[in-house]
Design a protein. Structure first.
Length: 188
């Protein structure tokens, strides 16, 4: 993968954060870190699961060493295209983080182009709350999550609001919004 390819992948991810996650206010905590430029983007090119898991731990070590980085998005542009395969990898990533004593220090959030919540229809617009341009793992600092939740007036209402908003917008509009993130990635 060329450096240009990596820049395009990161730009598509940044576009998604700006237009979907922050633009629709799906995560009311993201804007602060975005504006302070405290989000790290790591494009992972490995195809071997063991190497991908090693990258998860390496990223935890990076976060341990650099408090100026609040959160990391591990981006897998060529791996885990099938959602079920991605879920299997997510489970392994969470397990290895626990085995390496990172439980309680970091938490993983999951995003995937084909994300769908258990028990929901794949075409339910609410799935777009966790759909992204590429399969990703989002590593967050637990202390920061706890602090953000304490300072939010209704943290329990965030998922409900997101479901209502995405269903109101509809799948076609959200699909187009996500596609636009990719199209604008080479211009940034």
């Amino acid at each position: 993968m060329t450096e240009t390819d990596q820049h395009q992948i990161i730009n598509a991810t940044r576009n998604w954060l700006a237009s979907v996650v922050i633009g629709l206010n799906l995560c009311p905590f993201a804007r602060h870190e975005w504006e302070k430029n405290r989000i790290r983007y790591a494009v992972i090119n490995h195809t071997d699961i063991a190497d991908c898991l090693e990258n998860v731990i390496e990223e935890c070590i990076v976060l341990d060493a650099d408090e100026s980085i609040e959160t990391t998005l591990l981006i897998y542009p060529h791996q885990f295209q099938a959602f079920e395969e991605y879920l299997d990898f997510l489970a392994l990533a969470e397990e290895i983080m626990e085995l390496q004593d990172y439980q309680g220090t970091y938490q993983v959030a999951s995003f995937h182009p084909g994300y769908h919540f258990n028990g929901e229809e794949p075409d339910d617009a609410a799935n777009y709350t966790n759909r992204s341009p590429y399969p990703m793992l989002h590593i967050l600092r637990e202390d920061s999550i706890e602090q953000a939740i304490l300072n939010h007036p209704d943290p329990d209402g965030i998922p409900r609001r997101n479901i209502e908003l995405t269903r109101q917008l509809g799948g076609d509009k959200l699909k187009a919004l996500l596609a636009n993130c990719q199209q604008g990635s080479s211009a940034n």
